[in-house]
Design a protein around this ligand. Structure first.
Ligand code: CMP
Length: 139
């Protein structure tokens, strides 16, 4: 089933000029980048995006990090895109990530973990709508 997921290349990766290398892993996994924009997230955008984590002890640190530098927001399309991208990203904590995954290759730690991907098709729709209009996605 063709579906879409939402991805963010995080500030630790853009800082190290890894956008192209991350995109190569994404494309090699059979996912198509159907929308992409480099932005500096505002605090309001980051707080809204990570609203579900607002009671977590790391929430402040997470918002600080996500607004600390440029990010690349993306829409990825492909067969089972949500699960496929989660497999390609690897575990949230790079210490637990499988060989060849983006986080194993590039993440620094659980916070500076290089990429975000939606955890469900339902959340993907919500997350995509926070950064893209339908006409900006060219499938
Ligand atoms: P992400 O997929 O963007 O969704 C929530 C983020 O919170 C997660 O990736 C991690 O980068 C971050 N996170 C999760 N656990 C911790 C933690 N213990 N300390 C700092 N950040 C965390």
């Amino acid at each position: 089933m063709t579906e879409r997921t939402f991805s963010i290349i995080k500030p630790d990766a853009t800082e190290r000029n890894l956008t192209g290398k991350v995109n190569a892993v994404i494309e090699d996994a059979g996912l198509r980048i159907v929308a992409q924009r480099r932005i500096k997230m505002s605090r309001a955008q980051a707080e809204k995006f990570y609203e579900i984590h607002k009671e977590r002890p790391f929430f402040g640190e997470l918002v600080d990090f996500m607004t600390s530098g440029p990010v690349v927001v993306q829409v990825l399309e492909g067969d089972n895109a949500v699960q496929r991208y989660r497999d390609v990203m690897g575990a949230t904590n790079p210490e637990n990530a499988a060989e060849g995954t983006i986080r194993k290759l590039y993440a620094r730690n659980v916070g500076e973990n290089s990429v975000h991907g939606s955890d469900s098709a339902e959340n993907a729709k919500i997350e995509i709508a926070q950064f893209f209009t339908d006409d900006q996605i060219v499938g």
